[in-house]
Design a binder for this molecule. Structure first.
Ligand SMILES: Cc1cc2nc3c(=O)[nH]c(=O)nc-3n(C[C@H](O)[C@H](O)[C@H](O)COP(=O)(O)OP(=O)(O)OC[C@H]3O[C@@H](n4cnc5c(N)ncnc54)[C@H](O)[C@@H]3O)c2cc1C
Length: 480
């Protein structure tokens, strides 16, 4: 073992300092499995003090590091830095405090998203941000990517639910950002840290806001004869003053795949399905349901179904949740994209994606968080057919440029990571990027924390993702 590594051996017992090639393999990539890099070592801290000592070691020896939660990043965010250190935070997974009266929970970074709601349930509370990876992804990873999910339309992304974080900066200084109060004074340093993709340091304690569980749900499934019309219906629902808990769209390819996978009973002739879910206190939901009915009727839906009980609601969501991975049944390979457009431009964006799909001769399935304008086009291709992968990548790039052109963004919830850094200049000017870089350099002059991510580099690779995540294949999580 080299002398620097043996110093780490004084912090960690051998079972928490991984250096053997066989031990490193599981950490060589994240859910964007097309990219792999071999780290120097992986450490598995159990305390804040161990993280501090490790980061100090990195600063002393100028070793770049990446913080890693469960490695479900779809953008290469937790891909190791070649020859750098992976700081795996899964063992820092304790609930430190839960205060029902204050409606808050304090957790370590490796605490699993869904476990926050499980812990809060006895008090009638829950944690709102619900990425589809919530049974496995960690609060630390959610915070670094400002993750979202189906219910973020009404409640906002992770950033709206994090009150405070204790952070180890890249020089090993420990700082407290935010506070338990809902109001604060001065610049929003916590806001700067959330979504910074592991480039500004490592969160070691996170204070989360809890919400009361909704009393009642009202779930509607509306069928349309065009994708564009379904997209416009989303804008109409929001323009009507309603704020549903979730609004999701599936196109005909996604419907076909979901039906084949789980038989949700969806109308098979629909070109697009819209799922709208109202939630809240019973009298309010009942009043809003009438209003929603009128808006949907005027939006051109040719069939509308309302879930009469919890089973019917579960069936509607089952198809939606299964749709993404089920698309894998329609094609040997697919690329997944994550772009955003303003809600009012959804119809136009979906129409344009259909046009691009025809022009490129590649099928595109759409399953997405329509209420947020967050698109997830899945570009189907066959990697064995020469040139198809390249065409699929070119089409993916056109979709991202389309999103930016319509006033949207190159990523909704999957982060920039390594996958999309080449597209940052599509969205930001050189001055913008320089400004972001200076902020980063002010806390990390040697760019040790997650080096090579987010900022465009020379050799930024094209986005690609082949096949489902192993946990999707095992049916543990689904993708949105
Ligand atoms: C099947 C599937 C479905 C998904 N669905 C969704 C979805 O609906 N919505 C969504 O938003 N995302 C989704 N994702 C993407 C992913 O699950 C989220 O981005 C999640 O937040 C990543 O959490 P993680 O613990 O796996 O983090 P990792 O992948 O380990 O890390 C992600 C990023 O966070 C950084 N990081 C991790 N921990 C810390 C820390 N403590 N401090 C600072 N930085 C840290 C890493 O360096 C990296 O840049 C999905 C992924 C898969 C595979």
């Amino acid at each position: 073992m080299n002398p620097a590594l043996s110093e780490l051996g004084r912090i960690y017992p051998p079972e928490r300092l991984l250096v053997q090639p066989g031990q490193l393999v599981p950490y060589e990539s994240d859910a964007l499995t097309a990219f792999r890099a071999r780290p120097l070592a992986v450490v598995l801290p159990e305390t804040t003090d161990e993280v501090v000592q490790t980061v100090a070691w990195c600063a002393r020896h100028q070793v770049p590091f990446v913080a890693r939660g469960s490695g479900t990043s779809l953008s290469g965010g937790s891909l190791p830095i070649e020859g750098g250190l992976v700081i795996g935070l899964n063992r820092m997974n304790r609930l430190l405090r839960l205060e029902p009266k204050e409606r808050l929970a304090v957790v370590q970074p490796g605490f699993i998203n869904l476990d926050v709601s499980r812990a809060a349930e006895p008090y009638g509370l829950y944690y709102a941000p619900d990425p589809s990876s919530q049974p496995v992804s960690t609060i630390g990873g959610n915070l670094a990517f400002n993750s979202g999910g189906a219910h973020c339309l009404k409640y906002g992304m992770t950033s709206n639910h994090v009150l405070a974080a204790k952070v180890v900066l890249p020089d090993a200084e420990v700082v407290e950002l935010g506070g338990e109060s809902l109001e604060s004074v001065g610049p929003d340093w916590l806001g700067l840290f959330v979504g910074s993709e592991g480039l500004l340091g490592i969160a070691v304690e996170i204070t989360l806001r809890l919400l009361p569980k909704p009393e009642k749900y009202h779930t509607v499934l509306a069928a349309y004869d065009s994708l564009e019309r379904a997209g416009n219906a989303v804008a109409a629902v929001v323009a009507s003053g309603l704020l549903p808990g979730a609004m999701e769209i599936m196109d005909h390819l996604a419907i076909e795949a979901a039906e084949a996978a789980v038989r949700a009973g969806y109308p098979m002739d629909a070109r697009a399905l819209l799922i709208v879910e109202l939630e809240g206190e019973a009298p309010q939901v009942e009043a809003e349901a009438k209003h929603l009915e009128a808006v949907i009727a005027a939006s051109g839906a040719y069939e509308v179904r309302v879930a009469r009980d919890a089973d019917e609601r579960a069936k509607i969501w089952k198809g939606r949740k299964a749709a993404f991975s089920a698309v894998g049944r329609l094609s040997p390979d697919y690329l997944v994209q994550d772009g955003v457009v303003p809600r009012s431009k959804l119809g136009e964006a979906l129409g344009a994606i259909e046009g691009l799909s025809e022009r490129y001769g590649l099928r595109v399935a759409n399953v997405f968080h329509a209420g947020d304008g967050n698109l997830h086009p899945l570009i189907l291709y066959d990697g064995k057919v020469e040139g198809q992968l390249e065409r699929a990548e070119a089409l993916a790039g056109e979709i991202l440029r389309l999103c930016v052109g319509l006033g949207g963004s190159i990523t909704g919830e999957h982060g920039v990571g390594m996958e999309k850094r080449a597209y940052m200049p599509t969205m930001f000017s050189q001055d913008d990027l320089e400004c972001m870089r200076r902020i980063r350099l002010s806390v990390d002059p040697h760019e040790l924390a997650n080096r090579g991510k987010m900022f465009p580099g020379d050799e930024a690779p094209a986005p690609r993702h082949s096949g489902p995540h192993p946990l999707e294949r095992a049916g543990v999580i689904s993708r949105e």
